[in-house]
Design a protein around this ligand. Structure first.
Ligand SMILES: *Cc1c(COP(=O)(O)O)cnc(C)c1O
Length: 360
């Protein structure tokens, strides 16, 4: 018998936020940063009422969706590429830019998919230390070598919730060698109301050596439909279009995404809801000496160092009550912390009373 040979990767497979608990039918999932308010009512209505022609291939170029994005974000349609989640755009960027032996510099606690796709194409991941769970420009610059091709940052970062200010992002681009691509992942930009923050897209619409990532999975509540997009120079976009899978975004997803951009009411409601509950929960947890990052995106990074109880203790107790948080031990290797997604009003209130019960 012959043995099939395939490549072996030194990769920890991505473990998504847990969504099921044995024996429990109904769980409260606060582990994957999904939208607290579900999807936009406008998008929901559209896809419930519409008769789709699912037997035909979708528009492989996602033209109407790109049109809607360019209108909504006041950016150039020809500089957009859509992906099956921003995930796929990260993958395509790695395929386009990286050869084996090239290096990618990542902040040590950055989003896991950057390291996974970098390794799959055979390039090397170089981690830059963070300072107090915040990206350090200095540490990134220290790790740059002749082999560095790409630097990825998520701003704000998942799972730490910290962010670089406008000034800091501009400083990073300025100090980074011009021939290195800076990828800024704006996954949570829609939630950000902090006055010193500006999204990557708003800072670098016309920069050749910056590439922006956006997603419909978070604020827009379309995580299951898999839609994200990238924004970069026409040169990069044209090259990405050559390697893009031909029909990567299904027709339902294209329509729902375009429609959800128009639902300003839903967007405003989501932002308000998030701010209200993020502040409330943060304050509540401080009574138990569980501290977190200043409110930024739709999640909190909970620190148990000063708390009587460990992160693991609360995680397990809440799990027994059907409430799932994200352990930052998996994948990120961060001890004694948890990531908590802001949920719906009902979910948040249940979370708060469960914490009370467990810790009092
Ligand atoms: C959730 C998340 C994404 C999202 O991914 P999709 O593939 O678009 O669902 C990308 N980047 C960061 C930092 C995230 O937290």
């Amino acid at each position: 018998m012959s043995t099939l040979k395939f490549k072996k990767f030194n990769i920890e497979a991505y473990k998504p936020g847990k969504s099921k608990i044995k024996k429990l039918k109904k769980v409260i999932k606060l582990s994957a940063n999904e939208s607290a308010l579900g999807m936009s009512p406008r998008a929901k209505k559209l896809i419930s009422n519409k008769k789709f022609t699912l037997d035909k291939y979708p528009d492989g170029k996602s033209e109407s969706l790109k049109e809607a994005i360019s209108k909504s974000y006041k950016c150039n349609k020809d500089k957009i590429i859509c992906g099956a989640g921003s995930d796929e755009v990260i993958q395509m960027i790695c395929q386009l830019f990286l050869n084996p032996k090239d290096e990618v510099v990542l902040p040590e606690f950055s989003f896991l998919m950057y390291r996974i796709y970098t390794k799959i194409v055979g390039a090397k991941v170089v981690f830059a230390k963070e300072k107090n769970f915040k990206i350090s420009i200095e540490e990134i610059l220290k790790k740059i070598t002749k082999k560095t091709k790409v630097v990825f940052i998520a701003n704000p970062n998942n799972p730490t919730g910290t962010y670089l200010t406008k000034k800091e992002v501009l400083e990073l681009r300025k100090k980074l060698n011009k021939r290195i691509l800076l990828v800024i992942d704006d996954a949570y930009a829609e939630y950000m109301k902090n006055s010193d923050y500006v999204s990557g897209l708003d800072l670098f619409k016309n920069k050749e050596n910056v590439f922006i990532l956006r997603t419909f999975s978070k604020m827009f509540g379309l995580a299951s439909l898999r839609v994200g997009w990238g924004y970069g120079s026409k040169k990069i976009i044209n090259a990405l279009n050559v390697i893009k899978p031909p029909f990567n975004i299904n027709g339902v997803a294209q329509l729902a995404a375009a429609e959800s951009l128009k639902d300003k009411k839903f967007i405003n409601r989501s932002i308000k809801h998030n701010l209200l509950y993020a502040k409330k929960i943060k304050k509540f947890l401080e009574d138990y000496k569980i501290y977190s990052n200043p409110v930024s995106a739709n999640f909190l990074f909970l620190d148990f160092e000063k708390c009587k109880y460990s992160a693991k203790f609360l995680y397990e107790k809440l799990k027994n009550k059907g409430i799932i948080l994200r352990s930052t031990k998996d994948g990120y290797h961060i001890n004694n912390k948890l990531r908590l997604t802001i949920g719906s009003k009902k979910e948040n209130l249940k979370f708060l009373s469960a914490v009370k019960e467990v810790l009092n």
